[in-house]
Design a protein around this ligand. Structure first.
Ligand code: ZN
Length: 347
């Protein structure tokens, strides 16, 4: 079975995280189903909801019913440092509890990622902050998070904070909505590059993307996004962004969220796996298969039902083969492309 490293899941944030080790009926991801699907590694997000919203799982209406045929979700409200810091610590604790129980390894370096490929090894998890609200704007708490095991960080979810502005969910729309990085955001990206924390560009608006690119902090990585030329959602990457990612040696983790990958933006589980593969194909044709990875968004969005969560990953790999990817390309998309960019950031 092909080993898979997945670039983004929200399983820790879900209410049923306590059953991640034992398995559960609901949701997309748990450890038994990871084993069944060949997912030996992944980036595990820590996310804090905006006040008044108790879930990260977005549900989108129909573009057909939206005024002017444009579906525009209002930007989510801000989260305070105090609220995010306490919540994020709690959610991160769930991951370390799994490590203490011997269920997985939290990656501190690339050797931990490599070790997960051994025959009888458990999976490896990369601790990720999706939105940096849990970090104070002066960055005094960042080294503590690094010491804890933080190895990946998205400056923003789709809302504004002290560091940057996340891209508003609008379909169809350019991702060029709102201002770029703040001074604190520039300092955050530089500090992450120095410590060895991957900076994730998914959810960042286009100005912010270019502000990060200008700093040349490492290979440009969008952990869970699609190609704007295939589906013109604001969350997807334009051709110019893809070209910059390719030139930097970076990677796009192709997202499976149906509202972003379908051309009609329908938030509909009845979406074929070929739709995911079409984004991978487009990115590979434009910048090369070595810049394609997987970035499911398990437990964070409506995904194609035929995937049946993480256990169905082999079916997705079959869809990649049907889209013309060779066996070595599929192996690279599934694992070694992610390994390459993690290794570069973690130096
Ligand atoms: Zn996300």
């Amino acid at each position: 079975m092909t080993s898979v490293f997945d670039g983004h899941n929200d399983a820790l944030t879900s209410k049923t995280h306590a059953r991640l080790a034992a398995g559960r009926e609901d949701g997309d991801l748990d450890l038994p189903r990871m084993r069944a699907g060949g997912m030996r590694g992944g980036i595990f997000a820590v996310f804090t909801s905006s006040p008044g919203e108790d879930t990260h799982t977005m549900v989108f209406g129909s573009v057909n019913d939206a005024p002017g045929g444009v579906l525009s979700e209002p930007l989510a409200g801000p989260v305070s440092f105090e609220a995010a810091a306490s919540h994020a610590l709690t959610v991160a604790g769930r991951l370390f509890a799994l490590e203490r129980a011997g269920e997985l390894t939290v990656a501190r370096g690339i050797a931990d990622v490599d070790a997960a490929l051994a025959e009888d090894a458990g999976p490896v998890a990369v601790l990720h902050l999706e939105g940096a609200e849990a970090i104070d704007p002066g960055l005094e708490s960042l080294p503590a998070w690094y010491a804890m095991g933080l190895r990946s960080l998205g400056p923003v979810w789709s809302r504004a904070n002290d560091f940057a502005t996340g891209v508003q969910f609008v379909m169809p729309s350019s991702p060029d909505i709102g201002p770029g990085l703040t001074d604190a955001g520039v300092a955050l990206v530089k500090a992450c590059a120095e410590l060895g924390i991957l900076v994730d560009l998914s959810h960042l608006n286009e100005k912010g993307f270019w502000d990060v690119a200008k700093l040349e902090p490492g290979p440009l990585v969008a952990s869970h996004s699609g190609a704007h030329a295939v589906a013109a959602a604001s969350r997807n990457l334009t051709d110019a962004q893809l070209d910059a990612i390719g030139a930097s040696g970076g990677l796009v983790g192709i997202v499976y969220a149906t509202a972003f990958i379908r051309q009609d933006f329908a938030d509909d589980p009845d979406t074929p796996l070929a739709t995911i593969a079409a984004h991978a194909r487009y990115v590979a044709d434009r910048i090369g298969a070595r810049h394609v990875g997987l970035g499911s968004d398990f437990d964070g969005a409506t995904l194609p039902a035929s995937l049946e969560g993480v256990a169905g990953l082999p079916k997705l790999l079959d869809a990649l083969a049907e889209a013309g990817f060779t066996a070595p390309e599929i192996e690279a998309i599934a694992w070694s492309n992610w390994r390459r960019v993690l290794d570069a950031w973690w130096h």
